[in-house]
Design a binder for this molecule. Sequence first.
Ligand code: SIN
Length: 569
Amino acid sequence: MIVDGPAADSVPARLLAPEPGWTTRADVVVVGSGIAGLTAALRIHTGLVHAGLPDHRVMVVTKDVLDAGSTQWAQGGIAAALGPGDTPEQHEWDTLVAGAGACDREAVRALVTEGPEAVRELIALGTQFDHHPDGELSLTREGGHHRDRIAHAGGDATGAEIQRALIAAVQRTPEIEVIPHALAVDLLLDADGGVAGATLHVMGEGQRDGVGAVHCRALVLASGGLGQVFSQTTNPAVTTGDGMALALRGGAVLRDLEFVQFHPTVMYLGPDSRGQQPLVSEAVRGEGAFLVDFEGTRFMQGQHELADLAPRDVVAKAITRRMEETGRPHMWLDARHLGAEFWEKRFPTILATTRSHGVDPVTELIPVAPACHYASGGVATDLWGRTTVPGLYATGEAACSGVHGANRLASNSLLEGLVFSRRIADVLPSELRPWSDPVADPRVPGLVAGDQRRRLQETMTAQVGVLRSADGMKLAAETLASIRADGATEVVDLEAWETTNLLTVSVALTEAARQREETRGSHWREDFPERDDARWSGHFDATAHDQRLSLEFRPAAPSDVAPEEGVPA
Ligand code: SIN
């Protein structure tokens, strides 16, 4: 089935930009500097040395500073079958169940079997995970996991510790050049449609300022997710879907964009709070906290065998339903019984954050509501991070490797970035393409001014958020079209690039969500409340041709459809 998008100008082919004012070269460009980007850069550098290319150049470009992305904010941890009695098969089963029949089983198998070694390697690199007094790695549990398998650091500061260790490793590797404050705008393609480079907008000073070009032989997108599409999100301000939009414009396939995960327990700061909101990790429920409504009823009990630790789509839906039934803007998380000492040791970051917003979780309930948390879809890749564009690879949240399906299992995201960046580094050195010249391509106007961003975010939250319907999404599609028309600008600045990228991914996400007439994982349709395997077992692939978005439904392989009954022993 192929469905054409609604508007002939729904995806600009290339963005109108000033001619590059400077040019540089690197064999491999990595876009993004979280766990996926820095792991890719470090391992590709090592791989190229081993491949007999000691004089190669690896460049990391990042839109802000190295630690401005989502990795830094990850609280809960990184999942891997490292504990006694746990196995990759059990981790695989939990991942497939959470993914609601939309995972790629081979990708999941790679994730869970290579995960333990990848985490050990992170430890060898200098990451300080939390340990028990007897020296054993401390492992906790989160929603959807049947075993304690989440390694954490600094209690609830896992991402920050991993980011610190990776930045230190990059700083020990002077061969890796870092360009901060650089947005990758568009791919430069050669005559065969393969990667020849990218245009960058560097918000710096000196030689590399403004729009320039980097010529390269391979480009790895590790630019993170699209959380800023929605007005409340746990994601930092930089997550504007830039890598996904660039890939779509450059000819790559975006897959599963309709599967956006809403985290159930995000601290509710009031009706006017916008942008990044404080996450209250699922690990708090893993340690015994539970949800209650305004009457004090534990409404997760009886909804799922894992109750408060059900997969997060189940919990997010239960909270949303209860909010609707009771007319309240949030529910409550009760973690008072954990006690001050435990809170201070295990969740120091969350404790400080909630207190800074006037709630002491040691003595008070925390107001929580779902907010956008993670894009399970992204740039479609094979098992080795290759996209459909020669020389273009994708990893981490920017990618859709197939491991998350319709709903990512908690703490599988850091692991995905780690494992699939290692996989890219395993193949890229031996398949590095020769240098090629970019062909001049027509650039068409398509920029949308930054002042349209809030309207876009509010539309997407209201109509394409936790709960979706045909009427609401039709309204969203119309509003997105009018945002493009009303916001057209030729003023080239970061706000406009980002807003254009947000609009591009919003159009693709909305169209896929409109087409998928069922409820599956994090995609919740009030007009189609059941999962419909007969019609919708498969994936929506979005591509752009002649500025037109096209969606193709690709049926799932039979082996991907459902895990076998029963948890493996
Ligand atoms: C959390 O700590 O609840 C978030 C972890 C994740 O998103 O994997």
